[in-house]
Design a protein around this ligand. Structure first.
Ligand SMILES: Nc1ncnc2c1ncn2[C@@H]1O[C@H](COP(=O)(O)OP(=O)(O)OP(=O)(O)O)[C@@H](O)[C@H]1O
Ligand SMILES: [Mg+2]
Length: 261
């Protein structure tokens, strides 16, 4: 079975999508076959990979609400070894439609039972909320949640709310849910604040913060408008090198904890 991670943080704009897309792209360029699942109605991961959300005919909406098979919803992208389950604006209504459905918290997990040996990694890009879509992302995250944290003032406050939500999901829905790690994003070398935030988060989550820190990089924010991950848009930029290192760090740790069978 592939390794399944959700990228979640109810705080908006912290780098969930940027991390999902670029970590995914570098895992793919390191030889892993990656499936990126966009469960955010904003569909930013979808458009970041060059897929126009307005022309998406079958999306995570169909997967979650209509029970469409995973294979029917999966698209190839321009990137080798990186497949996508695109989102579409219709997903915005899904939260309302899901409310009265059986197993509403497990729709994604059930859809992913169809995963086979074709993928090594599945990354789920969650929306900025703790609603049903994110809950579906968390219950499907068999191998844990990756939390991008923006290096800014009050980062920890949002994290305690997220921590409580994860505890709740663990208690009620997915007892094995693990915190895979926190990724510090948008680090600004020129400010002491960035450094302080990293130290603070490290001291609250000892051993849980990825060693690789993602710097603030204009190239990273430009890449989505070209529909390309940073690995093809600006492969020698600081942001690209950081996401490549993050992919290597993750892969090395995962190999250690999951010896080949
Ligand atoms: N390291 C970075 N350097 C510069 N800009 C970045 C970086 N990471 C993300 N950004 C930019 O910051 C904005 C928010 O990033 P992103 O969309 O990845 O966050 P998000 O958590 O997915 O947001 P949302 O909560 O809306 O889904 C985007 O415009 C993105 O291009
Ligand atoms: Mg996003």
């Amino acid at each position: 079975m592939p390794i399944i991670y959700a990228l979640a943080n109810q705080k908006g704009g912290v780098g969930k999508t940027t991390t999902a897309v670029n970590l995914g792209a570098y895992l793919a360029s390191l030889g892993q076959r990656v499936l990126l699942i966009d469960i955010d109605p904003q569909a930013n991961a979808t458009s970041s990979l060059g897929v126009d959300k307005r022309t998406v005919e079958i999306s995570t909406y169909d997967l979650l609400v209509r029970g469409a098979p995973l294979a029917d919803v999966t698209q190839l992208t321009r990137q080798l070894r990186l497949d996508l389950v695109p989102s579409a604006p219709a997903l915005a209504g899904a939260t309302v439609e899901l409310v009265n459905m059986p197993q509403r918290e497990y729709r994604l997990r059930q859809a992913l039972e169809a995963l086979d040996q074709r993928h090594d990694y599945v990354l789920i890009d969650c929306p900025p909320s703790l609603g049903l879509l994110t809950v579906n992302g968390l219950t499907a995250a068999a191998d844990g949640v990756i939390i991008p944290v923006q290096c800014e003032y009050l980062a920890l406050e949002g994290l305690s709310q997220l921590g409580r939500a994860i505890d709740l999901v663990r208690r009620a829905l997915h007892p094995d849910l693990q915190l895979r790690g926190l990724v510090m994003t948008m680090y600004d070398v020129r400010t002491t604040l960035s450094r302080q935030v990293v130290e603070e988060v490290q001291s609250h989550f000892p051993g849980r913060v990825f060693k690789t820190i993602i710097p603030r990089s204009v190239r990273l924010s430009e890449a989505p408008s070209y529909g390309e991950p940073i690995s093809s848009y600006a492969p020698s930029s600081a942001g690209a090198l950081a996401y490549e290192m993050l992919a290597q760090e993750l892969l090395q740790e995962d190999r250690k904890s999951q010896p080949p069978t």
